[in-house]
Ligand binder design. Structure first.
Ligand SMILES: Nc1ncnc2c1ncn2[C@@H]1O[C@H](COP(=O)(O)OP(=O)(O)OP(=O)(O)O)[C@@H](O)[C@H]1O
Ligand SMILES: [Mg+2]
Length: 280
């Protein structure tokens, strides 16, 4: 697409691309990927290179294959054809440097909120002292406003609270690649906005998560958080329809996005790529 920028405030689409300075090699590389389940081909012909430090969203209608693609990056599925590489290595299974927040929260139901996070931090940070790990757990629970609920089990929480704990756990572990499958799907609009702020804040507190890939159905969320938005076609045999650049410097506030001269055009373009309606 052609983006019209305001003549007095030209926007450099690459102004805040940390990755351009740090590395040319892709952090995640998906090449010629196809995934079939028996006779059903879910996705095909997927080529996508994601640079270190990028925030990339995957968007598309329900059932098009977003979770399937994200699962490949997490090592939770294998392509029928093609390759997925992270750090130049073929992904053959899950690893501590890649952490997934699932579409359905994935917390351990028998552990408290606190222990769900502590166990994950403990596994990922073997060399840290008990005090350091406890401090990390407290910091992320405070950031998502769940510290007061730390003794509860997941079954005692609301859907939005569970998702906040899942996001906090992922950031406490701070993997270099963070994979988010509709992390805010079950939260109301106001909580979602607060969580977006917290996600931006958490990433700056913890500081070791470099690259994020997020599945979302929410166009505004994708624009607010992403460097690039990958729009998928409908399945079967879904592919990439277009990769849309978000030329607004990160980190951004909601006001930066709303007042950006490209916001309306980006939004309209994404809506037209997805059909006339918001994605299901
Ligand atoms: N294990 C499986 N066996 C058979 N078909 C599968 C399997 N996993 C996914 N599929 C099919 O592959 C397609 C893509 O599924 P996927 O879960 O990736 O969609 P999605 O884009 O994440 O959808 P949603 O937005 O609803 O979460 C769907 O048609 C689904 O039915
Ligand atoms: Mg999905």
């Amino acid at each position: 697409m052609t983006l019209t920028t305001h003549p007095e405030t030209p926007i450099d689409p690459f102004a805040d691309r940390r990755w351009r300075e740090t590395s040319r090699a892709p952090h995640i590389e998906v090449a010629g990927v196809e995934v079939s389940f028996g006779a059903y081909t879910a996705i095909t012909g997927i080529d996508l290179a994601i640079a270190r430090g990028e925030f990339v969203s995957l968007i598309g209608h329900s059932g098009c294959g977003k979770s399937t693609l994200l699962n490949l990056m997490a090592g939770l599925g294998r392509p029928t054809q093609g390759t997925v590489q992270v750090e130049g290595q073929i992904v053959e299974g899950p690893a501590a440097d890649r952490c997934m927040v699932f579409q359905h929260h994935g917390l351990l139901p028998w552990l408290s909120v606190y222990d769900n996070i502590y166990v994950a931090v403990d596994a990922a940070r073997r060399s840290h002292t008990t005090d350091e790990k406890a401090a990390r757990v407290e910091r992320v629970l405070q950031a998502v406003r769940m510290w007061d609920h730390r003794t509860k089990k997941p079954g005692m929480l609301s859907g939005g609270q569970r998702q906040r704990v899942s996001v906090a756990r992922a950031f406490a572990v701070a993997p270099s690649v963070l994979l988010l499958d509709e992390p805010f799907g079950a939260v109301d609009a106001l909580t979602k906005r607060a969580l977006h702020r917290e996600l931006v804040e958490l990433s700056s507190i913890v500081g070791t998560t470099e690259t994020v890939v997020m599945v979302t159905h929410d166009i505004d969320e994708a624009i607010f958080l992403s460097d690039r938005i990958v729009v998928m076609t409908d399945g079967p045999s879904a592919g990439i329809r277009e990769i849309v650049d978000v030329p607004i410097a990160r980190p951004r506030t909601l006001s930066d996005v709303m007042h950006s001269p490209v916001y309306i055009e980006l939004r309209d373009h994404l809506l037209s790529l997805l059909g006339d309606d918001e994605p299901r």
